[in-house]
Design a binder for this molecule. Structure first.
Ligand code: DLL
Length: 433
């Protein structure tokens, strides 16, 4: 039986991978230097070219690329091929200003589908599966990124896209979907809607979920697995690199995500100084696309906080592992001098049996200080017990956060079903500063 989608690259010995990567990196640097004025200038300023890369460590001498470089060169300023050679263009809306474009040649699209097929295969998706793809279809890379890989594997795809949650549940039941693709927060929304409709998803054929596009904690993963009665797998990626397909979870014991490092070379840097950090050190993930043609970015600062490790994984893949993303560096809050990520609060909330996995964090300014408050939905049976009980639980949650993170968070339990449900990427932090 085929264990890996692409055994050669997924299990390649490190030394061999290094040789492969260096060769591809040199070709990419030559490619962008010749074709993208932005990179030609940046490389000339550093007096560096492909021949100066003697080992992979020399990558640290290449210029970093940041999100504003993409915005400044919107829409096709960082494109290395003429527009006639493009096969697809995706975009990510971003929260402010111009979107970011992700152009692909036909070859780029095919490589992307290959990377995603590794992801789906590792999750256990097989040709006889019925796949319900509840990710946004459109400029967002999630829907089509997963779609084309499921097609490659030979599964039957139901492009249900996001929204119309009642219909998602009907489709899941009537079609007998065996696999679900969604954001983790939308998977929870679907689980909740099914329960409301009296459909027990655990009794349906649904077996596997592949989720991504937003940070999620191990606790949310377990919650989804329990509510849907499935194995939850993960996809990580970003429009700038290809979309989903950069890294993927496996059945092994590492708990992290294997990076398809024959396509994407990963580094971790100190987000403040920009200096490279070593394995097992937490910092900002920086990625270089070493096989793309249309827009191969050099040392792109993702702003995602993670750690790279090379522990032997029991799945047999030799690909470097990135740990679950803690959050984006932009989402980091500084409360009473302590750096806090929303995911840290989420882990604690999810451990409290009296509340639902639905919450909103609010950051406000009081004088010179930032304060954080959390609104969390009470379970219906807790809500029914009245204010005294709610205050008691809120106080206990506050104490737990203080004990674990060391900050004071004003916790309020709110009525069940009052926090807006997510259909895509959840918005859980409201910055009122
Ligand atoms: O979210 C691509 C994607 C679609 C990945 C579907 C997985 C599944 P963007 O919209 O450009 O692309 O957003 C990229 O989302 O930099 C991370 O901050 C976050 N992100 C993506 N996957 C994960 C994940 C898609 N598994 C940004 N865990 C990235 C945590 C994730 N954060």
């Amino acid at each position: 039986m085929k264990v890996y989608w692409d055994e050669k690259f997924e299990t390649m010995p490190l030394e061999q991978m290094r040789v492969f990567q260096l060769d591809k990196l040199r070709q990419t640097v030559a490619w962008v230097k010749e074709r993208i004025p932005f990179y030609r200038k940046a490389l000339e300023e550093k007096s560096i070219g492909p021949d100066d890369l003697r080992s992979l460590d020399d990558i640290r001498h290449l210029p970093l690329t940041v999100k504003t470089d993409l915005r400044d060169n919107y829409p096709f300023g960082l494109c290395a091929v003429p527009l006639k050679d493009l096969a697809r263009v995706h975009a990510s809306s971003g929260t402010t200003g111009k979107p970011i474009t992700g152009p692909y040649t036909a070859e780029d699209v095919d490589q992307w589908a290959e990377c995603m097929a590794r992801n789906l295969w590792a999750a256990g998706v097989r040709p006889d599966d019925i796949v319900q793809n509840a990710l946004g279809h459109g400029l967002f890379t999630g829907g089509l990124g997963f779609h084309q890989a499921a097609v490659k594997i030979g599964a039957a795809v139901v492009p249900s896209a996001t929204g119309a949650t009642e219909r998602q549940v009907n489709i899941m039941r009537d079609f007998g979907s065996t696999v679900l693709f969604a954001t983790p927060s939308y998977a929870l929304t679907i689980a909740e809607k099914a329960a409301e409709m009296g459909v027990d998803v655990r009794k349906l054929p649904l077996r596997v979920g592949v989720f991504g596009a937003e940070p999620w904690t191990r606790e949310i993963k377990q919650e989804i697995e329990a509510r849907l009665g499935i194995h939850a797998h993960e996809a990580y990626g970003l429009t700038e690199m290809m979309g989903p397909g950069v890294s993927f979870s496996c059945e092994g014991d590492t708990e992290g995500l294997h990076i398809s490092e024959d396509h994407i070379y990963a580094e971790i840097i100190d987000p403040d100084s920009g200096e490279p950090l070593g394995l097992d050190q937490q910092g900002e993930l920086v990625l270089t696309a070493i096989q793309r043609r249309a827009m191969p970015l050099l040392r792109y600062r993702t702003r995602d906080i993670s750690t790279l490790t090379r522990k032997q994984c029991s799945c047999g893949r030799t690909l470097v592992v990135m740990e679950r993303v803690l959050g984006r560096s932009d989402d980091m809050m500084i409360i009473s001098g302590v750096n806090v990520f929303p995911s840290q609060i989420e882990s604690i909330l999810l451990d409290v049996p009296e509340v639902e996995p639905q919450y909103v964090l609010r950051i406000r300014k009081r004088g010179h200080l930032d304060t954080l408050s959390a609104e969390v939905e009470a379970k219906p049976e807790i809500w029914a017990q009245g204010q005294k009980k709610l205050d008691e639980v809120a106080k206990a949650v506050n104490g737990r956060i203080r004990g674990i993170i060391g900050i004071n968070v004003g916790v309020t339990l709110v009525e069940p079903k009052t926090i807006a449900r997510s259909e895509g990427k959840a918005k859980r932090v409201i910055d009122e500063r």
